[in-house]
Design a binder for this molecule. Structure first.
Ligand code: FE2
Ligand code: FE2
Length: 313
């Protein structure tokens, strides 16, 4: 993959989009200027429908209105029905059914309407890739549902929409790389899907990983924070206790949901040593899983995940 370098001023501007003032790292620069980033930025939202393009543009204007966003979504019946399916799924549908796109968006999280539409379309694009794409789609759906459920279980209701959307989009960079990157990338994803070390291989090959790339692209499409920042950091182990900010809480939930989905997909049971290991890990402890809590929640999380897979199939 061809590499370029950016002038430092551009680099600071780009990384500030999602790293909230943190100093730009070499991997951020490479991701921002990678082939995939160029294609996605300059060829626009070519893989997405015209409705999504107009929606993203509308959301970034000062006169943004939810009514107009809903009207745009309703122009794409497949997108509208997918959003309704999510809002009426067991995870969200406890307060009666949603009959309109406006109700559905309000229930899922009105502040994330463009990100939600992109996530719904990305899930379809993963499906179109078949094979490994479908596995990533299922993993994304499962991670989103588990992260949201954990937020609800731990009384972090304000985070539930954010972690749901971040879960759906956390591996969005893989989609970009499969579509626009090295042709051997899809087989690399298939091989490394279980190992959880794909991001390290990406960093070794290109100097950046799918997390940074996906976050950069979503930030450049003006998907509001903290979604891009959560995605950028989802493979960065924090360690220790640190300050318990809403962002840190959301990141902990996303990171543990990422692993829980994989363990559930492997058929792990509540008494598996892997479940115990996750509960006792720094991420697990910070997320509040504890030695007893995660095994006790395991069966419930399995049901939530299975339902989420059905919604996106
Ligand atoms: Fe990832
Ligand atoms: Fe993941």
């Amino acid at each position: 993959m061809q590499k370029h370098s950016l002038p430092p001023t551009s680099a600071r501007e780009l990384t500030a989009l999602w790293l909230d003032g943190a100093s730009p790292s070499e991997s951020d620069l490479r991701a921002a200027n990678s082939l995939a980033a160029h294609l996605a930025r300059f060829d626009g939202l070519r893989p997405f429908s015209g409705v999504i393009q107009r929606l993203v543009e509308h959301v970034s204007t000062p006169d943004f209105s939810l009514d107009e966003a809903c009207r745009l979504i309703e122009l794409d019946p497949a997108l509208a029905s997918r959003i309704l399916r999510v809002a009426n799924s067991a995870a969200y549908g406890t307060y009666g059914s949603c009959a309109s796109v406006a109700q559905a968006i309000f229930r899922i999280g009105a502040t994330h309407v463009s990100g939600l539409a992109i996530a719904m379309s990305a899930m379809t694009m993963f499906k179109d890739l078949g094979g490994v794409g479908e596995k990533i789609r299922d993993h994304s759906a499962g991670t989103a549902a588990v992260a949201r459920e954990l937020a609800m279980c731990f009384n972090q209701h304000a985070l539930s929409s954010k972690v749901f959307l971040a879960g759906l989009l956390h591996d969005f960079g893989k989609l970009l790389l499969i579509q626009t990157g090295d042709p051997s990338y899809a087989s690399m994803v298939a091989r490394d899907l279980a190992a959880g070390s794909l991001h390290l291989r990406e960093q070794a090959l290109w100097g950046f990983d799918h997390a940074i790339l996906g976050a950069h692209i979503l930030a450049s499409w003006r998907i509001p924070e903290p979604i891009p920042q959560l995605i950028a950091c989802h493979h960065q182990a924090k360690g220790g206790q640190g300050a318990v900010t809403p962002f840190a809480r959301a990141l902990d939930l996303l990171r543990v949901a990422d692993v829980i989905d994989w363990l559930l997909g492997q058929g792990c049971t509540a008494d598996s040593p892997w479940v115990k290991r996750l509960a006792e890990s720094p991420d697990g402890v910070r997320a509040g899983l504890g030695e007893q809590t995660l095994p006790a929640l395991w069966k419930h999380l399995r049901g939530v995940r299975e339902e989420a897979l059905l919604v996106f199939t």
